[in-house]
Design a protein around this ligand. Structure first.
Ligand code: HEC
Length: 247
């Protein structure tokens, strides 16, 4: 069968637009069927004046997160805006907080979303309202301040400087620890730097904390139950730049 050019153009003028418009309708119906349900669970409104956020290497995130009762891995989280200037108040909403969430925390997590340290938090189980408020106030999340607080203050200063003296002459107290470590030679082995900037594995601090039998007073067990703090120290040393070296 052969179509005359007239039949052909009539076909094109009538049927092609019709087919296109039907296709358009079809497309429209799919959208109509997409029902937007209100998000389930409670919502947290966090306000905080955070400083030091940019000091963290990429594998860590400063977040507001929900945790179950027995796990260090977050159930849900939201990264704090990196762009916020230090100390400026930020407001952040975290929604979809279900029954399984026991605590809500302003904390640092790693790539696996495991909690490394937590700056402040609240109990989520006692929540009665749909909107929970957490006003964290001023929070210094700077990486080195975090190490000072959670590693040195908690585990080291009892021997290293809180009293009148410091073991090995090494002061790990606030305001002194950085200068005492970065680029400094070890008293026990003068061929070693306590912290070699950019080279955690070659730093005496790493060696001493990860292995017994290096110095008289074994340090290998002090942080062995807290591997994420050992990793945190290594990551801090690795991201230091060579210029930070002091000698
Ligand atoms: C119970 C006391 C005690 C605690 C706690 C302690 N240290 Fe020590 N540390 C010592 C003593 C004693 C020495 C002296 C070195 C030796 O035994 O040869 C030392 C030496 C060191 C050295 C070697 C210094 C050098 O110049 O060679 C480093 C590094 C060090 N400690 C880091 C730490 C860190 C980091 C912590 C916490 C995670 C810590 N220490 C906790 C007692 C302690």
């Amino acid at each position: 069968m052969r179509f005359s050019p007239l039949v052909c153009s009539v076909f094109c003028i009538i049927f092609v637009p019709l087919w296109l418009s039907l296709a358009g309708c079809d497309d429209g119906r799919i959208h109509e069927e997409t029902v937007i349900r209100p998000q389930e669970g409670a919502t947290l409104k966090l306000t905080a004046r955070v400083s030091g956020m940019k000091s963290w290497p990429e594998k860590y995130s400063v977040v507001v997160a929900g945790f179950g009762a027995d796990s260090d891995y977050d159930i849900l989280s939201k990264v704090l805006p990196q762009t916020a200037a230090d100390g400026r108040e930020i407001t952040l909403y975290l929604s979809g907080i279900g029954q399984e969430v026991a605590t809500l925390e302003l904390c640092v997590v790693n790539r696996l979303r495991k909690r490394i340290v937590s700056y402040c938090g609240m109990d989520a189980t006692a929540a009665v309202a749909d909107t929970l408020c957490l006003d964290a106030g001023a929070v210094d999340v700077e990486m080195y301040s975090t190490i000072q607080r959670w590693v040195f203050n908690e585990n080291c200063v009892a021997c290293h400087g809180r009293s009148t003296s410091a073991a090995a002459g090494l002061y790990l107290t606030e305001g002194r620890s950085y200068a005492a470590l970065v680029g400094r030679r070890s008293a026990a082995d003068s061929t070693q730097l306590l912290v070699a900037p950019g080279r955690a594995q070659e730093s005496f601090l790493h060696t001493v904390l990860n292995r017994n039998g290096v110095i008289r007073h074994d340090h290998g067990d002090i942080l062995s139950a807290k591997p994420s703090l050992l990793t945190l120290l290594d990551d801090w040393m690795d991201q230091l730049e060579e210029e930070d070296e002091m000698e």
